[in-house]
Design a protein around this ligand. Sequence first.
Ligand code: SF4
Ligand code: SF4
Length: 133
Amino acid sequence: MGGGRRGMGRGMHRRVTVAKRSENGTAGTSQKMRGQVSAEEEIATLRGQARAMEDQLLAIKTRITELDRGRGISPVVAVVDRDKCIACGACQEICPTGAISIDEIAQIDPMKCMGCGQCVAQCAQEAIYLQKA
Ligand code: SF4
Ligand code: SF4
């Protein structure tokens, strides 16, 4: 057991030596690789946090829409101009609530649409707009 401790001690010493060499630039590549992994891990963490915040925001907006509907307030929803839509699917990709499906043209589920307008901004054909439900 004591030998194990001494072994760990030597391992730590080696790590310190590598770190010192890195400062001198002689082990820069391995330090750079460690830095990249760390950045990737941080990006993955931040993306997870962003997704969680988006989910939370969506839940809040969905609840507000439900309450508005309960009070008889018409929410704003997306509507597709069938003469302009070319069914490219760009709006479907951007929609955060999954309210859009593509058939011959884009189809909006008004119960899922929260009127955020992201699809309107995304449509190069100007084939989608917002109106009161
Ligand atoms: S982005 Fe515009 S053209 Fe493309 S499917 Fe949606 S509404 Fe149609
Ligand atoms: S307004 Fe927002 S929620 Fe409604 S269909 Fe467009 S992107 Fe989806």
